[in-house]
Write a protein that binds this ligand. Structure first.
Ligand code: ADP
Length: 412
């Protein structure tokens, strides 16, 4: 089944075309036929398109909205110029899978979209004002362009975390705010945590109910997830993605009283303070240089910049604290799994996060840590707590969930 996987944002659309079915899933023989990114929607958009493992092409095109962008993507896919030999006709796109940021409490698993489920996604706009409207517009645009009978599936960033117990998802504030406004921890990056947990199970030959791990998704956004018996029981991101680890531009955990204090001192309204914590904090805010971890590491190596070094140290320290607290919450775990741009590519950050955890039974093997960027074990033989690097692939999981939903069965 050829599935178009879409991640529709307000100014950016990412897509992949993935061929998969039950047999391909069993054999790990899913095929990525194409991928691309459209940036700066609304004016002269910038497109980067790639068929299979071929070269990527970058060009500009005037695309005013999501619908125009999707129209362009579909035409490109079926055109001979794209080089995707096996999809020559729109009817050969068999399904569409959408990444949807917020599923609230309504969606506990991926769902085949109907008028009712699309409305439910639209109604969650309150909780994800930046993301859900764009996701819903993408779903509607596909209906208009490819017809209402084409199966579409939504895969939610939040749904994996709907297994959190109350004690973990509630904030210790007056209970009625949960009842009235849905104020609670939802967590995000669920597709990534779920995918790497699945890969870990495959590597270790474990059953779902025997999977007890802590997954660290470290990219521009960062989160830690406690997975017990295969289920998410705690997640560092909260009601919004702002809470938890130090991220590229997000502060992660802060004392909430800081909001009012900074607002008063700097003459900022609550929205401006929230924006400051989301967009000008984290690695960028502390270093004053960049949100990009690789650039920070280079800066420290080349010039020994003190604040770049401090930002990195804070990033690693916070991650280490979360590992400790989740190990306590879970009563121990079997492994820590690193994923995301930083988690997959930086042996130095992995080593620094794990430094000093030997007493917990985690010994990282320096050679394996340096060698295993592409995935695999990085602990020393005999380490009681194991550590792995497992590249994430959210698009693949979305394509697979799409097939499963259409066939009427979704599992973890
Ligand atoms: P997103 O969360 O937007 O998907 P990624 O998962 O691609 O982002 O992660 C981006 C982050 O990964 C950036 O901070 C980038 O510097 C970092 N990164 C990528 N490669 C390396 C590397 N070799 N060493 C250190 N950091 C890296």
């Amino acid at each position: 089944m050829n599935t178009l996987v879409l991640n529709c944002g307000s100014s950016t659309i990412k897509f992949q075309l993935i061929s998969t079915d039950r047999e391909a899933m069993r054999q790990d023989a899913d095929r990525r036929l194409a991928r691309g990114v459209i940036e700066r929607l609304g004016g002269e958009a910038v497109l980067t398109m790639q068929a299979g493992d071929g070269p990527s092409h970058r060009y500009g095109a005037p695309l005013r909205d999501i619908r125009a962008a999707l129209d362009h993507i579909v035409r490109w896919i079926v055109s001979p110029e794209s080089g995707i030999g096996e999809v020559r006709n729109i009817s050969e796109i068999h399904a569409v899978g959408h990444r949807v940021v917020h599923g609230g409490e309504h969606f506990v698993r991926s769902m085949l979209l109907t008028e009712e489920t699309i409305r439910a996604i639209e109604q969650l706009t309150d909780l994800a004002p930046l993301h859900n409207p764009a996701n819903a517009r993408g779903i509607r645009a596909v209906q208009e362009l490819l017809g209402h009978s084409l199966p579409q599936v939504a895969v939610f960033d939040t749904s994996f975390h709907q297994t959190l117990p109350e004690r973990a998802f509630l904030y210790a504030i007056p209970y009625q705010f949960y009842r009235r406004h849905g104020v609670r921890r939802y967590g995000f990056h669920g597709t990534s945590h779920r995918y790497v947990a699945y890969r870990y199970r495959k590597i270790r030959n474990r059953r779902l109910e025997d999977t007890n791990i802590i997954t660290l998704h470290l990219g521009n956004g960062c989160s830690a997830c406690a997975i017990q018996a295969g289920k998410s029981i705690d997640i560092s991101m909260g009601m919004t993605p702002l809470e938890g680890l130090v991220m590229g531009t997000r502060s992660g955990d802060v004392d909430p009283a800081i909001d009012v204090f900074i607002g008063a001192k700097e003459g900022l309204n609550p929205h401006e303070v929230e924006s400051l914590l989301n967009k000008q904090s984290g690695l960028l805010g502390v270093s004053g240089l960049t949100h990009d971890m690789r650039e920070l590491l280079d800066e420290v190596q080349a010039n020994g910049d003190r604040r770049a070094s401090l930002a990195i140290e804070m990033f690693c320290y916070r991650a280490r604290k979360y590992i400790g607290s989740y190990l306590a919450a879970m009563g121990g775990a079997d492994a820590i799994v690193f994923t995301g741009g930083i988690g997959e590519n930086s042996p130095e950050i992995r080593a620094r996060i794990c430094a000093g955890l030997e007493w917990m039974g985690l010994s990282v093997d320096p050679d394996a840590n340096t060698a295993n960027g592409k995935g695999g074990a990085i602990h020393q033989p005999g380490s009681r707590l194991e550590a792995y690097v497992i590249p994430t692939d959210e698009e693949l999981l979305i394509a697979r969930d799409t097939v499963r939903c259409i066939e009427g069965e979704v599992d973890l």
